[in-house]
Design a protein around this ligand. Structure first.
Ligand code: HEC
Length: 166
């Protein structure tokens, strides 16, 4: 009896899972393709996520400069290398989706798309500064690492000044 009960339960649960898999598959097929407005909104969310990740990785480094985060050269180096890995995606994300003509919620200035070479150069400057900083942090010296933060962090502001809403 007990065995049958267990079997029934397992069976009905897997039937339910199967049914929902079928439903998800069906709804994915039936869903209309995203509208240009939805694509623009999604692209905006994606690039903003990259900027959030940049800030997430820079925050502990800034904290070390302000003494609110305990100095850790390995974390400083690791986070700078993460920033260096993310930086090349910045311009790519703007190139693939020009959202100027869509009602997206954004702080990106429309002139980005008119000055893409300069915009990309500013992202490259961030990448280079992040790598330079990572090399200093790899040396493990606290004073040298703290002293190198400003040159690194200023490359964020250099782009925001021209291409982000104040
Ligand atoms: C090449 C230009 C450029 C560089 C370099 C850059 N940013 Fe930005 N950042 C922007 C633009 C443009 C936006 C607005 C994006 C939007 O709203 O669509 C932005 C937005 C942001 C946001 C707000 C994201 C959100 O919507 O919540 C944060 C946080 C941020 N940047 C942090 C940083 C940090 C930290 C760095 C350096 C490690 C950095 N950015 C480097 C151009 C840049």
């Amino acid at each position: 009896m007990l065995k049958t009960g267990k079997f029934k339960k397992v069976f009905s649960v897997s039937a339910l899972v199967l049914a929902s898999v079928v439903m998800v598959t069906a709804s994915a097929q039936d869903a209309p393709p995203p509208t240009p407005e939805q694509i623009a909104a999604s692209a905006t969310a994606t690039r903003q996520a990259v900027f959030k990740l940049l800030a997430f990785n820079l925050a502990p480094i800034n904290g070390m400069a302000r003494n609110t985060v305990e100095f850790d050269a390995a974390i400083a180096e690791r986070n700078a290398l993460r920033v260096a890995a993310l930086a090349p995606m910045i311009a790519d994300l703007f190139v693939v989706n020009d959202t100027r003509n869509f009602p997206v919620t954004t702080e990106a200035l429309p002139i980005i798309w008119d000055n893409m070479d300069d915009f990309r150069a500013k992202a490259s400057a961030l990448e280079e500064a992040a790598k330079t900083f990572a090399a200093v942090a790899a040396g493990g010296d606290r004073a040298a690492t703290i002293g190198a933060i400003r040159a690194f962090g200023s490359t964020c502001g250099n782009c925001h000044r021209e291409y982000r809403v104040d």
